[in-house]
Design a protein around this ligand. Structure first.
Ligand code: TXA
Ligand code: MG
Length: 323
C-alpha cells in the first residue's frame, strides 16, 4: 500500500510531464486548491477530467499557463482592465474570463465564447507548466459537488485510482479557489468569490460588480447552489441556537475566534482562534473533511465577518449548508 502510494504521489516533475504529454490525468498543487489536470488542447484528455470527477459538461474548466505569452495564444483580445488585474495579481488566485480563439476546444468552455484562464502561484506547478507546450485544464481535484482538496492526500483519497500521478506541493497556501473575474456590459464583474478579495480587486480597477449568486443556474459560472458539500448535513447560523435545535445529536462545530460555551456532545474545530481570516481560509476545506470523518451526526457552523476573505469563506459555507 505505502509502496504504491509512494509511486503515485511525489515531487517528480518528469513523471508529471510524461503522463500529461500522454494525455493522462495528473493531480497538481496550486496556491488555492489542488487541480485535476490534463492537456487542455486535447479533447480526449479533457474528457477524462469530466469522467473522473463525474462533472456535468455544462460546467466549464479553467486553463492554467505559466506566462502571459501563453495566455495570448489562446485569446482574441485582452480587456485593458482585466490586463491590469493580470499584471497586478498573476501568478495568483485570480481567474480571468477572456474571449477564446479557435485553439481552445469547446468542451473546455462548455460551448461558451469565453475561456477561463489563470497563472497559478505554486513553484512546482509553474515549473511543470514551463515544460509543457499546452495549457493545463484543471478543475479542483474532488468529485463533483464535494469539498475541494488542499493536500495531495485529499486528492489521493478520492481520485487516486483515476490519476496517473499526483504532484505533491504540500498544503495549499490559500485554501480557497481563485476569484473569477470578467467583463459584462462594460463592467468588471466577479463571478466567484475566492482567494483574491474584492478589496484587492477594487484597489486596482475601481468598483466591481458582484455576479455571485446562489440560484443554482449553471449558466452563472461555478455557482451551483449545492457545492463544496460534506456528506454530513451542515447547518449554518447562530451556534448556540443550532446547538439547542439539535438536542440529542452528536455535533461537530466549526467556529471562528472565541469558541462557543457548550462542551458536551460537541467536537469543536476552530478555524482561527485569533480571528485571522487567512488562517480560516487555509483551514476551511481540511476542517470540513475532518468534520465529515469524525464521529458525529451533524455539522454546525457560523458565518465569518463579511470582509476580505470572509466573503468567500461564507460563500463556501453557504453552499455546503443544507439550510
Ligand atoms: O483555484 C482554482 O480556480 C482551482 C485551481 C485548481 O486552479 N480550480 C477550480 O476549478 O476551482 P473548478 O473547475 O472547480 O471551478 C472553476 C469554475 C467552474 O465552476 C466554472 O463554472 C467556472 O470556473 N468557469 C470556467 N470556465 C468558465 C467560462 N468559460 N465561463 C464562465 N465560467 C467559467
Ligand atoms: Mg471545484
Amino acid at each position: 500500500m505505502w509502496n504504491f502510494l509512494f509511486k503515485m504521489i511525489g515531487t517528480e516533475l518528469n513523471k508529471a510531464v510524461k503522463h500529461l504529454k500522454a494525455g493522462e490525468l495528473v493531480g497538481i498543487p496550486t496556491e488555492t486548491v489542488y487541480g485535476l489536470a490534463a492537456n487542455g488542447l486535447d479533447v480526449n484528455a479533457v474528457l477524462k477530467i469530466f469522467e473522473a470527477k463525474e462533472r456535468p459538461f455544462f460546467d466549464p474548466l479553467i486553463l492554467h499557463v505559466n506566462n502571459l505569452e501563453k495566455v495570448n495564444v489562446l485569446i482574441l483580445s485582452f480587456d485593458l482592465r482585466l490586463k491590469k488585474l493580470a499584471d497586478a495579481f498573476w501568478p495568483g488566485p485570480l481567474t480571468l474570463l477572456l474571449p477564446k480563439n479557435q485553439l481552445v476546444p469547446d468542451i473546455v468552455t462548455s460551448g461558451l465564447n469565453q475561456v477561463a484562464i489563470r497563472i497559478p502561484n505554486h513553484p512546482l506547478t509553474l515549473s511543470l507548466l514551463e515544460q509543457l507546450n499546452f495549457p493545463l485544464a484543471a478543475p479542483s481535484a474532488n468529485p463533483f459537488g464535494y469539498i475541494s482538496p488542499t493536500t495531495a492526500l485529499h486528492v489521493n483519497k478520492q481520485l487516486g485510482e483515476k490519476v496517473a500521478y499526483i504532484l505533491d506541493g504540500g498544503a495549499c497556501e490559500i485554501g480557497l479557489e481563485s476569484t473569477i473575474v470578467g467583463v459584462e456590459e462594460g463592467k468588471v464583474c466577479v463571478y466567484r468569490l475566492g482567494g483574491l478579495s474584492i478589496e484587492q480587486l477594487e484597489a486596482v480597477v475601481g468598483e466591481v460588480t458582484l455576479k455571485v449568486n446562489l440560484s443554482g443556474d449553471p449558466k452563472a459560472p461555478g455557482q451551483l447552489k449545492s457545492h463544496y458539500a460534506p456528506t454530513k448535513p451542515l447547518f449554518l447560523g447562530d451556534l448556540e441556537k443550532l446547538f439547542n435545535q439539535h438536542r440529542g445529536k452528536k455535533l461537530i462545530c466549526l467556529c471562528f475566534g472565541e469558541p462557543p460555551p457548550f462542551k458536551d456532545r460537541v467536537r469543536i474545530l476552530n478555524l482561527s482562534p485569533n480571528c485571522d481570516l487567512q488562517e480560516a481560509a487555509k483551514n476551511l476545506f481540511g476542517f470540513l473533511r475532518q468534520a465529515d470523518e469524525l464521529d458525529g451526526d451533524v455539522i454546525i457552523a457560523q458565518n465569518l465577518p463579511m470582509l476580505g476573505l470572509g466573503l468567500a469563506i461564507n460563500d463556501r459555507l453557504k453552499r455546503a449548508a443544507v439550510n
